[in-house]
Design a protein around this ligand. Structure first.
Ligand SMILES: CC(C)(COP(=O)(O)OP(=O)(O)OC[C@H]1O[C@@H](n2cnc3c(N)ncnc32)[C@H](O)[C@@H]1OP(=O)(O)O)[C@@H](O)C(=O)NCCC(=O)NCCS
Length: 180
Protein backbone atom coordinates (compact mmCIF):
# COMPACT_ATOMS: atom_id res chain seq x y z
CA UNK A 1 0.00 0.00 0.00
CA UNK A 2 1.27 3.51 -0.86
CA UNK A 3 1.84 5.76 2.16
CA UNK A 4 -0.80 8.46 2.64
CA UNK A 5 0.20 11.99 1.63
CA UNK A 6 1.15 14.17 4.62
CA UNK A 7 -1.85 15.96 6.09
CA UNK A 8 -2.42 18.89 8.42
CA UNK A 9 -5.46 18.72 10.68
CA UNK A 10 -7.08 21.89 12.03
CA UNK A 11 -9.25 22.09 15.15
CA UNK A 12 -10.67 25.18 16.83
CA UNK A 13 -7.47 25.98 18.78
CA UNK A 14 -4.84 23.72 17.21
CA UNK A 15 -2.97 22.73 14.08
CA UNK A 16 -1.72 19.16 13.90
CA UNK A 17 0.97 19.05 11.25
CA UNK A 18 3.49 16.41 10.20
CA UNK A 19 6.57 16.43 12.42
CA UNK A 20 9.80 17.84 10.94
CA UNK A 21 13.48 17.75 11.96
CA UNK A 22 13.42 21.35 13.18
CA UNK A 23 10.82 20.41 15.84
CA UNK A 24 13.64 19.08 18.03
CA UNK A 25 13.78 22.14 20.31
CA UNK A 26 9.99 22.32 20.61
CA UNK A 27 9.79 18.64 21.51
CA UNK A 28 12.44 19.09 24.20
CA UNK A 29 9.98 21.53 25.79
CA UNK A 30 7.83 18.44 26.42
CA UNK A 31 10.27 15.56 26.89
CA UNK A 32 13.07 17.34 28.81
CA UNK A 33 10.55 18.23 31.52
CA UNK A 34 10.71 16.01 34.66
CA UNK A 35 6.95 16.48 35.22
CA UNK A 36 6.15 14.96 31.83
CA UNK A 37 8.71 12.18 32.12
CA UNK A 38 7.47 11.16 35.58
CA UNK A 39 4.45 9.70 33.75
CA UNK A 40 6.79 7.24 32.05
CA UNK A 41 9.04 6.74 35.12
CA UNK A 42 11.88 8.06 32.97
CA UNK A 43 14.51 10.74 33.29
CA UNK A 44 14.13 13.87 31.12
CA UNK A 45 15.42 13.30 27.59
CA UNK A 46 18.81 14.61 26.55
CA UNK A 47 18.93 16.29 23.11
CA UNK A 48 20.47 13.07 21.73
CA UNK A 49 17.64 10.89 23.10
CA UNK A 50 15.15 13.39 21.71
CA UNK A 51 16.79 13.23 18.28
CA UNK A 52 16.53 9.42 18.25
CA UNK A 53 12.85 9.61 19.27
CA UNK A 54 12.19 12.19 16.54
CA UNK A 55 14.07 10.14 13.91
CA UNK A 56 11.97 7.10 14.79
CA UNK A 57 8.76 9.06 14.29
CA UNK A 58 10.01 10.59 11.03
CA UNK A 59 10.74 7.09 9.71
CA UNK A 60 7.24 5.97 10.75
CA UNK A 61 5.74 9.00 8.96
CA UNK A 62 7.68 8.17 5.83
CA UNK A 63 6.67 4.52 5.88
CA UNK A 64 2.94 4.97 6.57
CA UNK A 65 2.27 8.61 5.65
CA UNK A 66 1.21 9.36 9.22
CA UNK A 67 2.63 9.17 12.72
CA UNK A 68 2.68 11.50 15.68
CA UNK A 69 1.77 15.02 14.57
CA UNK A 70 3.35 18.13 16.08
CA UNK A 71 0.56 20.04 17.81
CA UNK A 72 0.79 23.79 17.31
CA UNK A 73 -1.29 26.29 19.28
CA UNK A 74 -2.85 28.65 16.76
CA UNK A 75 -2.77 31.78 18.90
CA UNK A 76 1.02 31.89 19.26
CA UNK A 77 2.47 29.18 16.99
CA UNK A 78 4.00 27.32 19.97
CA UNK A 79 4.57 23.58 19.66
CA UNK A 80 2.65 22.44 22.74
CA UNK A 81 2.37 18.70 22.17
CA UNK A 82 2.48 15.65 20.01
CA UNK A 83 -0.53 13.56 19.16
CA UNK A 84 -1.05 10.89 16.56
CA UNK A 85 -0.77 7.28 15.58
CA UNK A 86 1.84 4.60 15.83
CA UNK A 87 1.63 1.18 14.28
CA UNK A 88 2.66 -1.49 16.78
CA UNK A 89 2.24 -5.14 17.61
CA UNK A 90 0.44 -5.75 20.89
CA UNK A 91 0.12 -9.34 22.05
CA UNK A 92 0.63 -10.59 18.50
CA UNK A 93 -1.85 -8.24 16.89
CA UNK A 94 -0.95 -5.35 14.54
CA UNK A 95 -2.74 -2.23 15.78
CA UNK A 96 -2.65 1.57 15.53
CA UNK A 97 -2.06 3.30 18.85
CA UNK A 98 -3.40 6.77 19.53
CA UNK A 99 -0.89 8.66 21.68
CA UNK A 100 -0.40 12.16 23.08
CA UNK A 101 2.08 14.12 25.19
CA UNK A 102 1.79 17.81 26.07
CA UNK A 103 3.95 20.50 27.71
CA UNK A 104 3.19 20.58 31.42
CA UNK A 105 2.48 24.33 31.38
CA UNK A 106 -0.60 23.75 29.17
CA UNK A 107 -2.12 20.75 30.97
CA UNK A 108 -5.79 20.64 31.93
CA UNK A 109 -7.03 23.04 29.29
CA UNK A 110 -8.51 20.33 27.07
CA UNK A 111 -5.76 20.43 24.44
CA UNK A 112 -4.94 16.69 24.49
CA UNK A 113 -8.61 15.80 24.19
CA UNK A 114 -9.14 18.25 21.33
CA UNK A 115 -6.13 16.88 19.44
CA UNK A 116 -6.90 13.22 20.16
CA UNK A 117 -10.51 13.51 18.99
CA UNK A 118 -9.29 15.03 15.73
CA UNK A 119 -6.76 12.22 15.24
CA UNK A 120 -9.43 9.64 16.05
CA UNK A 121 -11.71 11.05 13.35
CA UNK A 122 -8.83 11.26 10.87
CA UNK A 123 -7.92 7.61 11.59
CA UNK A 124 -11.46 6.37 11.00
CA UNK A 125 -12.64 8.71 8.25
CA UNK A 126 -9.52 9.37 6.17
CA UNK A 127 -7.21 6.43 6.86
CA UNK A 128 -10.23 4.12 7.17
CA UNK A 129 -8.79 2.22 10.11
CA UNK A 130 -11.40 0.10 11.83
CA UNK A 131 -9.96 0.20 15.34
CA UNK A 132 -7.70 2.26 17.61
CA UNK A 133 -6.06 1.41 20.89
CA UNK A 134 -4.29 3.49 23.52
CA UNK A 135 -1.82 2.05 25.98
CA UNK A 136 -1.93 3.97 29.24
CA UNK A 137 0.44 3.26 32.09
CA UNK A 138 -1.55 2.24 35.11
CA UNK A 139 -1.86 5.20 37.49
CA UNK A 140 -1.60 7.73 34.66
CA UNK A 141 -5.08 9.03 35.42
CA UNK A 142 -4.85 12.14 33.24
CA UNK A 143 -4.02 10.03 30.20
CA UNK A 144 -6.76 7.52 31.03
CA UNK A 145 -9.23 10.38 31.32
CA UNK A 146 -8.25 11.67 27.87
CA UNK A 147 -8.76 8.16 26.41
CA UNK A 148 -12.23 8.08 27.98
CA UNK A 149 -13.11 11.54 26.64
CA UNK A 150 -12.11 10.32 23.18
CA UNK A 151 -14.71 7.55 23.59
CA UNK A 152 -12.39 4.66 24.34
CA UNK A 153 -13.13 1.93 26.84
CA UNK A 154 -10.68 0.06 29.04
CA UNK A 155 -10.56 -3.42 27.53
CA UNK A 156 -7.51 -5.17 28.96
CA UNK A 157 -4.47 -4.97 31.19
CA UNK A 158 -1.06 -5.99 29.98
CA UNK A 159 2.64 -5.81 30.70
CA UNK A 160 5.04 -4.29 28.19
CA UNK A 161 8.78 -3.76 28.68
CA UNK A 162 8.35 -4.28 32.42
CA UNK A 163 5.50 -1.77 32.97
CA UNK A 164 1.80 -2.40 33.56
CA UNK A 165 -0.65 -0.82 31.13
CA UNK A 166 -4.36 -0.39 30.66
CA UNK A 167 -5.35 -1.05 27.07
CA UNK A 168 -8.07 1.29 25.90
CA UNK A 169 -9.77 0.64 22.59
CA UNK A 170 -12.43 1.91 20.26
CA UNK A 171 -13.79 0.61 16.97
CA UNK A 172 -15.28 2.79 14.28
CA UNK A 173 -18.57 0.93 14.74
CA UNK A 174 -18.63 1.63 18.48
CA UNK A 175 -18.04 5.32 17.86
CA UNK A 176 -20.78 5.49 15.24
CA UNK A 177 -23.19 3.64 17.56
CA UNK A 178 -22.43 6.00 20.46
CA UNK A 179 -23.01 9.14 18.38
CA UNK A 180 -26.36 7.96 16.98
C1 LIG B 1 -1.94 13.02 29.57
C2 LIG B 1 -1.82 14.44 28.99
C3 LIG B 1 -1.44 14.34 27.53
C4 LIG B 1 -3.17 15.15 29.14
O1 LIG B 1 -3.06 16.43 28.50
P1 LIG B 1 -4.09 17.60 28.80
O2 LIG B 1 -4.02 18.59 27.69
O3 LIG B 1 -3.88 18.09 30.18
O4 LIG B 1 -5.49 16.82 28.74
P2 LIG B 1 -6.96 17.42 28.81
O5 LIG B 1 -6.92 18.78 29.42
O6 LIG B 1 -7.58 17.26 27.48
O7 LIG B 1 -7.69 16.40 29.79
C5 LIG B 1 -7.09 16.03 31.02
C6 LIG B 1 -8.14 15.34 31.90
O8 LIG B 1 -7.48 14.60 32.93
C7 LIG B 1 -7.95 15.04 34.18
N1 LIG B 1 -6.85 14.90 35.12
C8 LIG B 1 -5.69 15.59 35.15
N2 LIG B 1 -4.92 15.14 36.15
C9 LIG B 1 -5.60 14.14 36.76
C10 LIG B 1 -5.34 13.29 37.86
N3 LIG B 1 -4.19 13.36 38.55
N4 LIG B 1 -6.29 12.38 38.21
C11 LIG B 1 -7.44 12.28 37.52
N5 LIG B 1 -7.75 13.07 36.46
C12 LIG B 1 -6.83 13.98 36.10
C13 LIG B 1 -8.36 16.47 33.96
O9 LIG B 1 -9.24 16.92 34.98
C14 LIG B 1 -9.05 16.33 32.60
O10 LIG B 1 -10.32 15.70 32.71
P3 LIG B 1 -11.71 16.56 32.74
O11 LIG B 1 -11.76 17.33 31.44
O12 LIG B 1 -12.75 15.51 32.83
O13 LIG B 1 -11.62 17.47 33.91
C15 LIG B 1 -0.75 15.27 29.77
O14 LIG B 1 -1.06 15.18 31.15
C16 LIG B 1 0.67 14.77 29.54
O15 LIG B 1 1.29 15.14 28.55
N6 LIG B 1 1.18 13.95 30.47
C17 LIG B 1 2.55 13.43 30.34
C18 LIG B 1 2.74 12.51 29.15
C19 LIG B 1 1.70 11.41 29.13
O16 LIG B 1 1.29 10.89 30.15
N7 LIG B 1 1.30 11.02 27.91
C20 LIG B 1 0.34 9.95 27.73
C21 LIG B 1 1.03 8.66 27.63
S1 LIG B 1 -0.16 7.31 27.52
Amino acid sequence: MEPFPPTTIETSRLLLRPMVTRDLAGLLGIFADPKVMASFSEEPFTPEQMRRWLDRNLRHQEEFGYGLFSVIRKTDGLLIGDCGLEQMTVEGRRVAELGYDFRSDVWNQGYATEAARAVRDYAFDVLELSELISLVRQANLASARVAEKVGMRRAAELERYGARYWQYQLTKEELQASSR
